[in-house]
Write a protein that binds this ligand. Structure first.
Ligand SMILES: [Mn+2]
Length: 238
């Protein structure tokens, strides 16, 4: 029976060997049972361009390549790794998909998102998102030498940490109104996303559901779907 798996927000980082190990184990074992694996963004803590050798991630690239013999892998970029392009996707043996991406399971139309687009209360962030997703910003950024890009990203991370401290939790959470409206806008019954690191199953009127994936700190978090079982969210916090 075909199983679908969804993960996000591993935030792989050279300083977090434990998360790299957890994910490698997951890709070598649990994920092999699935027919499809959807990675819904922020697999990497930072991504500065496909020309970065990013050697610290080679274990994960290898594990994904091996998994691809059995399991079809999709990658939807998040707010940390939106610069992942075709070259890196190929290294991951993954097909790049856009945000939102739509699938149908059991006759239900489902939207897959990273989730940052739902955090509409954070106006400042949404403006930033629009800027860095623009073709102009990206081509200008990618034309800079790797070292300079690293510095810029470190700087942006620093600014974002300060900004988050100043913002209440509500601002960086999903706006409940925009979540409700999103079902209509996207014309779906189910939304699956990550980004907030607050794993949960939210139920709405008309049997609409929003599944939120957790991060991998300190334990794996994943959502699975099988025709005989429906959706199951595996996360110690839920
Ligand atoms: Mn995110």
């Amino acid at each position: 029976m075909d199983e679908y798996l969804f993960i996000s927000d591993c935030h792989l980082d050279a300083n977090r060997q434990d998360i790299t190990d957890q994910l490698s184990t997951f890709l070598q074992n649990r994920a092999r049972k699935a027919r499809f694996l959807y990675i819904l963004g922020d697999l990497f803590e930072t991504w500065i361009g496909d020309d970065d050798p990013a050697v610290c991630y080679s274990v994960v690239f290898d594990a994904l390549q091996k998994l691809a013999d059995k399991t079809k892998i999709f990658f939807l970029p998040g707010n940390r790794d939106f610069l992942v392009g075709e070259r890196s996707a190929e290294k991951m043996s993954a097909s790049l998909i856009g945000d939102p991406c739509f699938i149908t399971l059991d006759q239900q139309r489902i939207a897959l998102l990273h989730g940052d687009s739902l955090c509409t209360d954070d106006v400042e962030y949404q403006q930033f998102r629009e800027m860095v997703r623009s073709h102009e910003w990206q081509s200008e950024f990618l034309a800079k030498p790797l070292n300079e890009r690293k510095l810029i990203v470190t700087e942006l991370r620093q600014q974002s940490k300060v900004a988050i401290q100043d913002k209440s939790m509500d601002v960086i959470e999903v706006n409940q109104m925009s979540a409700v409206e999103s079902f209509d806008e996207l014309n779906v019954d189910i939304i699956i996303h990550g980004h907030t690191h607050q794993p949960a199953i939210h139920r709405y009127e008309r049997n609409r559901m929003r599944y939120v994936l957790g991060d991998w700190n300190p334990q794996p978090s994943f959502l699975s779907w099988r025709a005989d079982r429906g959706f199951e969210l595996t996360d110690l916090r839920v």
